[in-house]
Design a binder for this molecule. Structure first.
Ligand code: SAM
Length: 212
């Protein structure tokens, strides 16, 4: 019964993604996160880590384009956007999006991020996921190791009051990671989007308003 419901849900999001032109059903996780936390508010410079096949990038582009019009006022705004997507795998091009095929854990990537965003990143997104082996414990630990690397990158590149979304897997070291992220942001929440499979142990950490 649960399995039926789960596969129905999976199928439902898959069909919706196809109909609405998104490259993957993961797009709806990001829509869920936005609905709940408004992470795209006044976001113009955005980095998406683990971006292939590119559905989050499609969502990012939609919001940044809207923001150019929506926030064209005397407060923080820009007249252009900058989006960078990084993945080990190939991501098909998206107009006006800088896509890089690279491993985020390699130090060389820092220079590329620096020269593109110049320390003005509003939002870092990471849906990056290690290749699962099926062993929940080791997969959890490997994913958390990846999360620490991404956190370091976000800490070094996000601007003051910037936001972070990062995917982790629940397990023994999750709380430790949460505690590491906590002091960096004014608000920190863990969240499992509606569109995320129930049986999956993925969980997103949402860090809002980076401290100085
Ligand atoms: C769940 S998929 C992302 C889906 C994407 N958010 C979308 O909506 O299309 C996870 C991605 O993380 C990428 N990934 C895993 N480890 C990575 C790393 N060290 N550097 C860059 N990308 C990585 C994988 O190649 C994979 O494409």
């Amino acid at each position: 019964m649960v399995n039926n419901r789960e596969s129905h849900k999976k199928e439902q999001y898959y069909k919706q993604a196809k109909k609405e032109g998104f490259r993957a059903r993961s797009a709806y996780k990001l829509f869920d996160i936005q609905k709940r936390f408004n992470i795209f508010k006044r976001a113009f410079y955005i980095l998406d880590i683990g971006c292939a096949p590119g559905s989050w990038l499609q969502v990012v582009k939609k919001y940044t384009e809207e923001n150019l019009v929506k926030y064209n006022d005397q407060y923080y705004h820009r007249d252009h956007y900058k989006i960078m997507g990084i993945d080990i795998e190939k991501t098909s091009p998206i107009e006006n999006v800088n896509i890089i095929k690279a491993d985020i854990t390699k130090p060389e990537i820092q220079t590329k991020i620096n020269s593109f965003f110049q320390g003005k990143l509003d939002l870092v997104l990471s849906d990056a996921s290690i290749k699962k082996t099926g062993n929940k414990f080791t997969d959890h630990l490997r994913q958390i190791t990846l999360c620490y690397k991404i956190l370091e990158l976000a800490r070094n590149n996000l601007k003051f009051k910037g936001n972070l979304v990062i995917k982790a897997f629940q397990g023994s070291d999750f709380n430790k990671f949460y505690k590491e992220v906590n002091p960096i942001f004014r608000i920190l929440k863990s969240y499992k989007p509606m569109s995320s499979k129930k049986k999956s142990n993925e969980i997103f950490l949402i860090g809002l308003q980076k401290r100085n």
